[in-house]
Design a binder for this molecule. Structure first.
Ligand SMILES: Cc1ncc(COP(=O)(O)O)c(C=O)c1O
Length: 228
């Protein structure tokens, strides 16, 4: 949620003391972290120590589906036993072909990952300079921490979408404590410097409204003003 990488090295070190298999859900690391985009294990130099590596195709690949890599006998066990695989359809072939193409692009076009990082760091730096709390992310996942109620978060995200043309997702109670809001921005390799600038300006504007109480339910007329 916070964009900080798991402490894989420290966990791997525990393998010499305890008998366990390490499964890493690297949804946000696959395609974005490590020299070749192979993920957080590659980034932290412990890829060989991961017993089961999982990622979804729904992040860097902007698609649907997922994969798990590991020892053959475990993969076979999973294939024949997990609930989602039994009596269920497999991924439709157009998605499989699309995912293979995306994998090929991840491998053959490293400049996309470089551009993604350039954009993510510009966005993160710009947010910090404007005084936003983005925590301690060390990935392209860019959270912004704010305080407010669920209704304020909802009104603010709607204002962002309808009036500033910015899409972002929100995390609110009960996923996180009441009174806290996390906005999660998704920089991509396709964003331009202008997009980043507009995003920074939009967040500055909506944060001012949030602090002024304009997104509280009893202040909805202000929302109507914002839409004009
Ligand atoms: C860490 C992590 N694992 C798994 C998933 C699930 O991905 P999917 O959309 O393919 O179910 C997500 C999606 O947000 C995620 O963040």
């Amino acid at each position: 949620m916070a964009g900080d990488q798991g402490k894989l090295k420290e966990i791997v070190d525990l393998k010499s003391r305890y008998d366990f298999r390490l499964l890493v859900d690297d949804a946000h690391g696959f395609g974005t972290l490590g020299k070749t985009g192979a993920g957080a294990g590659e980034e932290q130099g412990v890829q060989d120590q991961i017993d089961l590596y999982f990622s979804t195709f729904a992040k860097s690949m902007a698609s649907i589906g997922a994969f798990i890599a590991g020892e053959r006998k475990i993969i076979d066990y999973i294939r024949y036993n997990i609930r989602s695989q039994i009596f269920a359809k497999s991924l439709p072939m157009p998605l499989v072909i699309g995912n293979l193409k995306r994998l090929e692009l991840l491998r053959s076009q490293p400049q996309l990952k470089e551009k993604l990082w350039e954009n993510a760091l510009k966005l993160q730096q710009g947010l910090k300079e404007r005084g936003f709390d983005i925590g301690k992310t060390d990935s392209v996942v860019t959270p912004i921490y704010m305080k407010g109620g669920v209704e304020e978060a909802t009104a603010m995200v709607m204002d962002l979408r309808e009036n500033y043309k910015i899409f972002c997702s929100i995390v609110v109670y009960p996923v996180i404590p009441r009174g806290h809001i996390i906005y999660r921005l998704i920089p991509t390799a396709a964003h331009t410097d202008e997009d980043i600038q507009l995003t920074l300006e939009a967040f500055t504007a909506v944060k001012e409204k949030l602090d002024a109480g304009s997104y509280k339910t009893n202040a909805i007329p202000d929302m109507a003003d914002a839409r004009k």
